[in-house]
Design a protein around this ligand. Structure first.
Ligand SMILES: [Zn+2]
Length: 280
């Protein structure tokens, strides 16, 4: 038996993202109502964090705080206790627009702390914007989930947390498989885990794999004692030839892997306790 047996695993569902469209997979939820319905099914399947972007009716990314507000209200009503995590990623707006929904006080928000390349552009996170977003999260008591697209982002997150720049408990997500950023690489993954355990032993970490690697990274994270993310934002397929029928199907697959490693799927209340979040 591995030493991670019995440790609850937090499953995060990245329901929509900024990129996938109905033409990629008709199950991608676009309207707020579709997002609430899709989140509810993923919640029933074991997701305790809903990571959300919002979209315009033409499916383009939006940073409209009114849409975020409607989504938050629906999630809180239909998924009792679920952890609401809004994206402040760079595909949904420019500069401070990215944090325009933070006054809504979601439980969590994603935070990028450094720059890197994306498939067709530079993902720009200049230091002054990172500091502003982190400061807004502190002001509104929002725990960041730091998105680590590279090793330097993990070290930067640890340094920011150590000097008090990040609200709450340190929570870092390793993102692997974005084209032109860190590939899906087991040796690097193992080093990421090591650098979290050795330098930030009181922190928690999770991992997400993009595209076909989603399931592999889910398994690595579950086996290594971390938490993990699945969902249509990162991957629209079950396998090469089969579209995922829903966000819930991808969460179910991750939950099955938790069972394989004797890791109970964390309930929303357990996830809140593990992450040091306020009760729902
Ligand atoms: Zn996202």
């Amino acid at each position: 038996m591995s030493n991670v047996a019995g440790k609850p695993c937090i499953l995060c569902c990245a329901i929509t993202g900024s990129l996938p469209r109905k033409s990629d997979n008709p199950a991608v939820p676009i309207s707020v109502n579709e997002q609430i319905e899709s989140s509810h099914a993923a919640f029933e399947a074991g997701a305790s964090i809903i990571h959300a972007h919002v979209r315009n009716s033409d499916e383009s990314p939006s940073s409209n705080p009114d849409k975020f507000a409607a989504l938050k209200e629906g999630l809180e009503k239909h998924c009792p206790g679920v952890i609401v995590q809004f994206s402040t990623g760079g595909r949904s707006g420019a500069d401070q627009e990215r944090g325009g929904m933070l006054p809504l006080r979601p439980d969590m928000a994603s935070l990028s702390v450094g720059s890197n390349n994306f498939p067709a552009r530079v993902y720009e996170n200049p230091p002054d914007l990172v500091a502003w977003l982190a400061g807004e999260m502190k002001k509104f008591e929002i725990t960041p989930e730091v998105e680590a697209f590279d090793l330097s982002h993990i070290l930067q997150a640890q340094a920011m947390h150590a000097k008090g720049a990040l609200f709450g408990k340190l929570y870092v997500q390793f993102v692997m498989g974005v084209a032109n950023a860190m590939p899906v690489d087991k040796e690097v993954f193992d080093f990421y885990v090591h650098i979290m355990q050795s330098r930030a032993p009181n922190a928690e970490w999770c991992a997400a794999g993009i595209g076909a690697a989603q399931i592999m990274v889910n398994e690595w994270a579950i086996a290594a004692g971390g938490h993990t993310r699945a969902g249509l934002e990162d991957n629209v397929r079950l396998d090469k030839t089969t579209l995922a029928p829903s966000n819930a199907a991808l969460i179910t697959r991750a939950a099955q892997l938790c069972a394989k490693y004797d890791r109970p799927v964390a309930s929303p209340a357990e996830a809140r306790a593990i992450l040091g979040l306020r009760p729902a």
